[in-house]
Ligand binder design. Structure first.
Ligand SMILES: CC(C)(COP(=O)(O)OP(=O)(O)OC[C@H]1O[C@@H](n2cnc3c(N)ncnc32)[C@H](O)[C@@H]1OP(=O)(O)O)[C@@H](O)C(=O)NCCC(=O)NCCS
Length: 187
C-alpha cells in the first residue's frame, strides 16, 4: 500500500480541500455546535474549547502514513474561501486495504451538492492515492440526507443492521454502504 500525502489544496469543481487550521475555530463552531448537525453523528454539539483541542490533536494531521490514522480536511468554497464543512478519511487496515469516509457540513450551505463533491474527492484520495481496495460509509437509517449522499457517490448499500446500537439513548438501525476500487475506476 501507499501512504497518502496530498498536494494541498485538493481541488474540485467548486471547492478546495485542505487541512484544518487553528483559525478555523469560528467556521467549525458555526455548524459543529448545532444540535441538528450532531443528531446522527458520534459526537455531541461542540464548544470552542473542544474544537481547539481537536485542531491541536487529531485534526492537525495532514497525511496518512499508517493504518489506524484518519485525515480530516476542511471544505472551502473556492470563490470566497469560506469553510463550509469537513470530510474525513479513516484508514482502518493496511492488510485489507480498507477505509471509511465521513462528512459534516454547515446546514447554511446544504442542498447544493457540496458534501457530495467533497466526499467524492476523498474517495479519489483513498482509492487512487492511498491505494485502498474498499471504502465504506456507515450511517443511521434516519439520516436520509446522508444516505442520499452515499448513493449519489455511487456507494452500494450492503447491509441494514436493525437496532444495531443504542445511539444517543435510542436504538439505531445502521446502513452500511461500500465501494470497491474497481467500481471507482469504472465510474
Ligand atoms: C449529510 C449532509 C452532509 C448532507 O448534506 P446535503 O446538503 O444534503 O448534501 P450535498 O451538499 O451533497 O447536497 C445534495 C443535495 O443538493 C442537491 N444539489 C443541488 N445542486 C447540486 C449539484 N450541483 N450537485 C449535486 N447535488 C446538488 C441535490 O439534489 C441534493 O438534494 P437532495 O438530497 O434533496 O436530493 C448534511 O446533512 C450534514 O452535514 N448532516 C449532519 C452531519 C451528518 O449527519 N453527517 C453524516 C454522518 S453519517
Amino acid at each position: 500500500m501507499n501512504e497518502l500525502r496530498p498536494d494541498y489544496p485538493v481541488r474540485t469543481e467548486r471547492l478546495l480541500l485542505r487541512p484544518l487550521a487553528t483559525d478555523d475555530v469560528d467556521a467549525l463552531l458555526a455548524y459543529r455546535s448545532r444540535p441538528e448537525v450532531c443528531r446522527y453523528v458520534p459526537f455531541e454539539p461542540m464548544d470552542r474549547d473542544l474544537i481547539a483541542d481537536r485542531l491541536a490533536g487529531p485534526w492537525a494531521r495532514t497525511e496518512l502514513t499508517e493504518e489506524g490514522q484518519s485525515l480530516t480536511l476542511g471544505a472551502v468554497l473556492a470563490d470566497t474561501g469560506r469553510l463550509i464543512g469537513d470530510v474525513v478519511l479513516f484508514w482502518h487496515s493496511s492488510h485489507h486495504r480498507g477505509g471509511e469516509i465521513g462528512y459534516v457540513f454547515n446546514p447554511d450551505f446544504a442542498g447544493r451538492g457540496y458534501a457530495t463533491e467533497a466526499a467524492s474527492a476523498v474517495l479519489r484520495l483513498g482509492f487512487e492515492d492511498l491505494g485502498l481496495h474498499r471504502i465504506v460509509a456507515r450511517l443511521d437509517e434516519r439520516n436520509e440526507a446522508s444516505a442520499r449522499v452515499a448513493r449519489r457517490l455511487g456507494l452500494r448499500q450492503e447491509a441494514r443492521l436493525v437496532d444495531n446500537e443504542i445511539f444517543k439513548g435510542e436504538w439505531s438501525t445502521e446502513l452500511q454502504f461500500a465501494m470497491l476500487a474497481d467500481e471507482w475506476a469504472r465510474k
